[in-house]
Design a protein around this ligand. Structure first.
Ligand SMILES: Cc1cc2ncn([C@H]3O[C@H](COP(=O)(O)O)[C@@H](O)[C@H]3O)c2cc1C
Ligand SMILES: O=C(O)c1cccnc1
Length: 348
């Protein structure tokens, strides 16, 4: 049995129960704070505490290039992946600004840009290869490379846990990775590419038709429609997507709640869940991406994302944007008065 098949930690039923009881006693009609209530209860159960908190947030961005970029499936050139890694390091990228504003720790792991990068502040060079292979021609990566990527994700989680994170956010950067994520979603959800393909960084209609044909071709070549998540990841994935999958698996195993970002991260989480269904309780969906495929992927989780802001960036930016909401949910849970304490009459 590989490490990722080991069962996830067990959320605390005792703390879930007492958090539910506390919510019922707070000075508001029961359920009136909607998902802010349920997510606070969930965090109390996952963190096994009466005082859930998201003060210490760890963010890890995995970056890698994709061979399938050579099929012309992105509105941007492949060089942007490595350039954005530099932008993460110097603080100009959206996720860097969000992390700073949230006072969250940001770690960037280069799992496979095509170009080698100089030493950069906050960036760890763990390149598995110079990008994946073009998966319309051959498997994106070898099974050994897949194992490496999963392990890198696991190691990142151990570091986040060690640093005292109460909540972990994964993010990704990789030009053409919506093509990889869409192919993976098609393989798992048994969809045709044309049903769920989207613009990614901004393809027009013709571009999306071409992208869909490329995915269709890849799925034809590999017959990857089987429910074999590891094989699908190897054939159609990216190093950053597989690292995210490994990270979601490990987060659940070490008992670290993971706030899942948009389309690409959700696909990685979907695959983590397929590999090891026990991890399910540890995933919190942050937002619904504007990328059309996300709708279909979200249906495979039995929870509603917190936000719907038409975001479609990636980098973990949607998850980071939901952190203030989670902090508010925790404050409400921890600080509101009960009916009894405030002398407010309870429901008759
Ligand atoms: C400047 C820039 C910053 C980004 N940050 C995230 N992405 C997002 O866009 C890419 C996926 O879209 P596609 O499959 O169409 O290439 C990923 O790198 C994703 O993280 C970016 C894209 C660009 C251009
Ligand atoms: O939702 C996402 O993760 C996303 C959407 C478009 C481009 N990159 C990422």
């Amino acid at each position: 049995m590989s490490w990722y098949h080991e069962p996830a930690a067990t959320p605390s039923d005792t703390h879930r129960h007492s958090a539910e009881q506390r919510q019922a006693q707070l000075t508001k009609p029961a359920g009136s704070m909607g998902q802010l209530e349920t997510v606070a209860v969930k965090l109390a159960s996952l963190q096994a505490t009466d005082q859930p908190a998201c003060d210490n947030v760890g963010i890890t961005i995995f970056a890698a290039d994709h061979g399938v970029a050579s099929e012309g499936v992105s509105a941007f050139p492949q060089s942007v992946t490595a350039q954005m890694v530099q932008n993460f390091s110097t603080g100009g990228a959206a996720i860097a600004v969000l992390a700073k504003s949230l006072n969250a720790r940001l770690d960037v792991i280069n799992v496979g840009t095509v170009t080698e990068l100089p030493e950069l502040k906050g960036v760890s060079d763990q390149r598995i290869a110079a990008g994946t292979a073009n998966f319309t021609q051959k498997a994106a990566m070898s099974s050994d490379q897949l194992q490496q990527a999963l392990r890198i994700g696991q190691t990142a989680i151990l570091a986040a846990k060690e640093a005292g994170s109460q909540l972990w956010i994964g993010g990704e950067m990789g030009i053409a990775n919506t093509t990889s994520a869409t192919a993976l979603a098609c393989a798992y959800l048994k969809k045709h590419a044309a049903e769920i393909v989207g613009p990614g960084t901004g393809l027009d209609n013709a571009g999306q038709i071409h992208k869909s044909a490329v995915i269709h071709r890849a799925l034809d070549v590999f017959d990857a429609t089987s429910q074999q998540p590891l094989k699908n990841l190897q054939y159609l994935g990216g190093f950053e997507i597989a690292a995210l999958t490994g990270a979601y698996l490990a987060a659940a195993q070490v008992g670290l709640p993971a706030l899942v970002d948009g389309f690409i991260c959700s696909v990685a989480a979907l695959y983590a869940q397929a590999i090891n269904p026990t991890i399910k309780p540890w995933l919190i969906l942050s937002h619904k991406s504007a990328e059309p495929g996300h709708q279909a992927v979200l249906r495979a989780f039995d929870q509603k994302p917190l936000l719907d802001l038409d975001l479609r960036l990636g980098e973990g930016s949607g998850a980071a944007s939901a952190v203030p909401l989670l902090r508010l949910a925790c404050d409400l849970h921890n600080q509101m008065a009960t009916f009894e304490h405030a002398g407010v009459d309870a429901k008759g």
